[in-house]
Unconditional design. Structure first.
Length: 185
């Protein structure tokens, strides 16, 4: 039917807001996790604190089953969102920034795989933090450019359930960088 076809091909809206990702009412919150999936600081710590023990319990189950070696850098996996307003948490692992090796493909992959996993769940809205831009040391300006480019490329791969991608940035500086990147054609 023509109306559902139009819906399938509607362009995904991209936006940047300053705020706390745990407070976002979206289908998917992306977690900047580490390969262990067993918690940490930054966004990861905030998500587990706000979401409660259910998320960690599901992460442990994944580690006992399909992800015995941990989640590889650049990949993504979904769990429940526990008490968060979101429906799912999609955990991804960005690379640690390195001066001497180009790890950009791994960071692009973290964004792409997060979108693929979210679309696989039928998610309509996704909130991303600036993956790798905290403890993992990615330079802020490159973080913004790469995130926006990678998300646009992943969405251009074909129609999906995803209608909204919201970057949620913790500082004014990061918010300005992401907003500037999104305002480029
Ligand atoms: N909402 C939105 N953004 C946040 C929040 C929040 N509640 N808290 C921090 N940020 P990081 P990474 C910003 O360090 O660099 C963990 O220990 C933060 O200011 O959370 O990928 C994991 O377990 C920064 O801009 O993630 C891993 O071991 C961005 O989110 C490791 O850190 C990402 O910072 C992953 O490091």
């Amino acid at each position: 039917d023509p109306s559902s076809r139009a819906e399938d091909t509607a362009p995904t809206r991209l936006e940047a807001v300053r705020g706390d990702i745990t407070r976002q009412s979206v289908d998917v919150i992306v977690n900047a996790a580490n390969s262990s999936l067993l918690g940490g600081g930054g966004v990861d710590g905030a998500i587990h604190r706000a979401g409660g023990p259910e998320i960690l319990a599901e992460c442990r189950e994944l580690r006992a089953g399909a992800l015995r070696e941990g989640l590889p850098t650049g990949d993504a996996v979904a769990t429940t969102a526990g008490r968060l307003p979101a429906r799912w948490v999609v955990h991804t692992v960005g690379p640690v920034y390195a001066v001497r090796t180009d790890r950009r493909p791994l960071l692009e992959s973290a964004y792409r795989r997060s979108i693929e996993v979210s679309a696989g769940l039928g998610a309509r809205s996704i909130a991303f933090p600036a993956v790798s831009a905290g403890v993992y040391g990615w330079p802020p300006d490159d973080s913004a450019r790469l995130a926006v480019t990678a998300v646009r490329a992943a969405l251009a791969a074909g129609p999906s359930s995803v209608e909204l991608v919201r970057f949620v940035l913790f500082s004014d500086e990061m918010h300005e960088l992401f907003a500037a990147e999104l305002s480029r054609p």
